[in-house]
Ligand binder design. Sequence first.
Ligand code: 48H
Length: 272
Amino acid sequence: MGAFKLDEADISKAIISSYLEELHGLTETDVIVVGSGPAGSVAARKLAGAGAKTLIMERNIKPGGGMFLGGMLMNKLVVEKPAERILIEANVNSLKPYKENLFVADAYEVSVKLLGKAFDAGAKMLNGVEVVDVIYRKDGIKGVVANWHAVSELPSWITCVDPLAFKSKMVIDATGHRAEVAKVAGEKIGFQVEGREGSMWAEEAEKATVENTTEIYPGLIVAGMAANGAFGLPRMGPIFGAMFLSGEKAAKLALEKIGKKKSAESAEKAYL
Ligand code: 48H
């Protein structure tokens, strides 16, 4: 390793100072995307690409949600027309036609490339961080309340570990089946959220996901499987087209709300 000396304290300082400096800057953003699965990662890429200051908050240590696996631990990802466009844009080399409107790709390649696109565009991520509540005002939701996910695993005799708040102009709930952010907000603020999807009907569910990607409450958009979970809509099983298209739609809705519609359009052109 040449003439350099490696000082353990320097390594620690590099991590601590860069993390805390970044965390400080992330306490106020344009959009917080909760969840880094297919819907969240596509949304984050589009938001950041349009110049929105975008923070992904992910409870898991690894990002990607259900995208790393296809079905029953078999790591092939199925996508239907017209959503394969998003994988072509992300240079997914393994994407192959299967039959008629169906395509198959390597799930891990899709995951790393979509997440990579989001980070290339400037999105930031806090992983190991769980969103447990929202910031609320009379005119809508203004951000989220979060804690280390590890805190939720602590034994009950440990004193309450207070969370921290992160403000944003919009929040996208991309937490998957249980629509966790919408659920907690609905319970506390008083609007109806199912918090669980219905039984499987792939074709109807795929349509419903995109149609129901909406602002469920001022400041809060549900995307991906969270849209199905929030409204008790059917599930689709291991097919991902609607997740990607929903992520795009959620980003578009958020950009309109924060007044960045024009930059969204020009970012899209530059990207293609
Ligand atoms: C921080 C959280 C929290 C929280 C959860 O499950 P996901 O992959 O979600 P989508 O909607 O992008 O994709 C759904 C898809 O993977 C799927 O499950 C399908 C198509 N199922 C169909 C079927 O019939 O079963 O990702 C959600 C992410 C995960 O990484 C979670 O760890 C994370 O959100 N998350 N992060 N705070 N409170 N809750």
